[in-house]
Structure formats: C-alpha cells, structure tokens
Design a protein around this ligand. Structure first.
Ligand code: SAJ
Length: 440
C-alpha cells in the first residue's frame, strides 16, 4: 500500500491526509470544492486547527501530499466526507454515495476503501454493494471495505490521530487486515479489530453516551437553580465520589457530531431510544431557555434603570478554546438576542476574527477589558481560557449570567480542611437564579 487518496478535505480528512503523508505514504487529497483545493495547495488550510498550517507546509514542500479535484488511481481510499441529517433528522448519506461513485471510476483489484465518516448501522455494507455495482469488481475479494470511525476532538486533532485507540471493522477478515496496515503505520495506541456493523454502532454509541451525559448535567443544573444552589458546585462535589463523573452543564450542545449522531440510532431503533430522544430534547432546549432567562434580566434592568442596558456576550464558538462556529448554541443565542432593540449588544470572542464578526453581527469584536468596563449585564456562554483569567472582583456590581461556569472557583483543600463557601461562591449563579422562573 503506497498511494493513499483521502476523499473530503475537511476537519478530519485534511489532518488525516497530512499525518499519512508524514508517515511515509504518497497522499492525494480529493475534494469537489475547487476553491478549497486551490487554497490548500497554496498553503492555506482553510480551517483552523493547532499545528495544521506548519504541518501542511511541510508535506506540500516535501511533495508527499497535494490536493486535487480529479480522483486518481490509488491503493487505499479514505472517505472522510460530512454525514449531516435531513430536515426529518434521517441521515443524509449523499456525500458518501457520491464519494463511492468517484472511487468506483478508478477502483482496481487489491484496493482498500476505508469509511471514516460517521454513518448509521449497516451503511458500510451498502457502500460495498454500491462499489460492486459501479465497478463490476467483487467486494471482499477484488477490493476491501472497512469502517474505522474517526474519534478526534477538534482542537486536539493531531495528538488524537496518533494517540487514540481505533476501532477497525471490516466487511470480512481480509478487509480488516488491509485497513490495519494503513493505521498501524501512524497510530501509537491499540487497534481493535471487529466487523463493520459493530464499528458503526460503537461510534454512534460513543457520541450518544456523551449527549446523554451532558443532558444529565443540564438537568442537574435545572434542579440546582430551583433550589438556589450552584450546579457547578453540586457537580464538583458529587464528582469527589470515586465512581461518579458528571459532565458540565452549558448553554447547549453544538458541533457537527454530538447533536447529530444520536439521531442515526433513533432513526434505526425508534423503539429503543427513548433516553436518547429525551437527551436531545433537553440539550436542544437549552439555548432557548438561556435567551428567556437573559431577556428577563434585561427587562428587569430596564424597569429599574429606565435605560437600555449594555449586554456583553462572552463566547460565540461551539466549545472552549477553538475557533469553530459550527452549530454553536452560543452563536444561536447571540443571534436571537441581537434582534432586540432594547439593548446595546457587545460581543467578545477572541477566537472569532473581525471579518466574521462583521458578517454575522455587523459590528466589531469587542476587546475583553473594554467590554467588561462597559457592560451592565455580562452573559457568559463559552468558557474560553482567556475568560477564566479575567479579574472577577471588579465585576461584583454588574449583573452576570454565567451559563458555563467561568466564574466558578472550585473548592481548594488547605490544611486538610475544605474552605467553606456560604452562600454559593459563584456570584453569577445568583443572578441566573433570580431570573430563571422555571425555564431551566
Ligand atoms: N459540552 C457540554 N458539556 C460538557 C462537554 C461538552 O455542554 O461537559 C458541549 C460542548 O460545549 C459542545 C458539545 O458539547 O457544544 C460537543 O463538544 P464535545 O467536546 O463533547 O465534542 P465534539 O463534538 O467536539 O467531538 C466529539 C468527540 N466525541 C466524544 O468525546 C465521545 C470526538 O472524540 C469525536 O471524534 C467527535 O465528536 C466526532 O467527530 O464524532
């Protein structure tokens, strides 16, 4: 296996292509987007990810990688295209099937096709059948088909591509063995071998379990607010139990994966997925609830000050310390609040450039210090590291709605005794509690 073709040069495909090129393969990256291909070949990776630019420069300079809009014969094809859902939440596999059509045009005996995109259970078998039908070659005999779901976390992609254990499922034993030859070249962690259907199910279960866990954290938060407690403290202390590990409540679940993948299981197993559906509803409702609570705070401010408050939003991205705005609940909240004319809106996100901020809100990205000085109400949506470092004491007189725990100070143990915080140490939670009124 010498030449590898990665189909789809997005968040997963491009870094995977680069790593394969660094580890000895001759790699081409195939994408239907001409502009993207040109930019990549001109040392512009299009997406933001730590280390991506340097590594792209390296593999382009050594001629071990190039991007193209024309598919070429290769020994191994990695499919890393998006698998979004349709309006009715069923999986949209059109990008996978289009990739299969392209591959079938150049497929030859002995080739290996590895599907990395997240798909509903059974899709890898369908992929094999489609390739057979278009190429007239026999799947599992003339060419090999596997599913090795991607598992990397945006922001840590290069570390996780090498260091995460991988699940490799094939349509038959030979397909698994062939795919293993590719991954063992660069993955330092274990490779677990199984059939394609199990690998599909594993991936969907991984992301669904995270969605359920986040929904649980959001429900804990709702109960805590009702009792005028700080949910971040309740969760921190519950997690002191050696067998409890609750995740964090937030303003919602974003990104391309966690909020999408449970639907692939719900679509296939409607009668066994009540818990997954409930989790989706709980997490999807969060942005609307945050808007309602914030509106109440704004209206109250207006009543007592008889002037428009300056509302500062901290964070727009879908999670901390990345620049990714895909399906961001914070962005959804900011957009909903921007419609109201009874506030002066200030937005600060150090990961969003000014051009994007202008496109989205027709205004500047406010520097943190300036925003904090100006604001009457501060709405914390994303726990960027930079926000965690702000001087919180000078903000005591402002109204703070902290939905991501940026103001929460964990318990510090000293001289064997825990510090006693009474009442809750998080001033911002007190404000949320005042305005929740059963939304959350
Ligand atoms: N979130 C919370 N509370 C938490 C953790 C996360 O509300 O305690 C929110 C985040 O703010 C974000 C969303 O969930 O809006 C998703 O973030 P994430 O960090 O949980 O996951 P992703 O979407 O960036 O990446 C996930 C990962 N899957 C798992 O951790 C099981 C990653 O390993 C997968 O490769 C990726 O999905 C994918 O592509 O499927």
């Amino acid at each position: 296996m010498k030449k590898v073709c990665v189909v789809g040069l997005g968040y997963i495909g491009l870094p995977t292509a680069i790593v394969a090129a660094k580890y000895g393969f001759e790699v081409i990256g195939y994408d239907i987007d001409k502009e993207k291909v040109e930019r990549i070949n001109n040392f512009d990776p299009v997406i933001e990810e730590p280390e991506l630019l340097e590594k792209l420069r390296e593999v382009l300079s050594y001629n071990t990688f190039r991007a193209t809009t024309i598919i070429e014969q290769s020994d191994c094809f990695i499919i890393a295209v998006p698998t979004p859902f349709l309006e009715n939440k069923d999986a949209d596999l059109s990008y996978v099937w289009n990739a299969a059509e392209s591959i079938a045009r150049v497929l030859k005996k002995g080739d290996v096709i590895i599907l990395e995109s997240t798909v509903p259970v059974g899709a890898t078998d369908s992929l094999a059948q489609r390739l057979e039908a278009s190429s007239k070659l026999k799947a599992g005999v003339d060419f090999y088909v596997s599913h090795c779901p991607e598992r990397v976390l945006p922001g840590k992609i290069f570390f996780e591509l090498i260091n995460n254990p991988r699940i490799i499922g094939g349509i038959n034993q030979e397909s698994v063995e062939k795919a293993k030859l590719f991954y063992k070249q660069f993955v330092k962690a274990s490779l677990y071998l199984t059939n394609a259907t199990t690998a599909e199910m594993v991936k969907l279960v991984e992301n669904s379990s995270r969605d359920v866990a986040i929904a649980f954290a959001n429900q804990v938060a709702a109960m805590a607010y009702k009792m005028r407690l700080d949910p971040f403290e309740v969760i921190e202390l519950a997690n002191k139990h050696p067998r409890v590990n609750i995740l964090n409540p937030s303003c919602g679940v974003g990104g391309h994966c966690i909020a999408v993948d449970p639907w692939f299981l719900i679509q296939t197993f409607p009668e066994h997925t009540a818990l997954l559906k409930a989790a989706r509803q709980i997490n999807d409702a969060k942005p609307r609830q945050v808007v309602q609570t914030t509106r109440r705070c704004i209206e109250n401010w207006y009543r007592s000050h008889l002037q428009r408050p300056k509302l500062l939003i901290l964070g727009l991205t879908y999670k901390p310390d990345i620049d990714d705005l895909r399906e961001s609940p914070a962005l959804e909240i900011a957009k909903k609040l921007s419609i109201f004319t009874d506030i002066d809106l200030l937005i600060c996100d150090p990961y969003v450039n000014n051009e994007t901020m202008h496109e989205l809100f027709n205004q500047e990205n406010v520097p943190l210090k300036h925003g904090l000085d100006q604001a009457d109400i501060i709405l914390c949506l994303v726990k960027h590291t930079q926000f965690k470092k702000m001087d919180k004491l000078v903000l005591q007189h402002k109204k703070i709605l902290d939905f991501c725990g940026v103001f929460y100070e964990p318990h510090r143990e000293h001289e064997g005794q825990d510090q006693l915080f009474w009442p809750a140490n998080n001033i911002s939670i007190a404000t949320i509690i005042d305005y929740v009124q059963g939304d959350l």
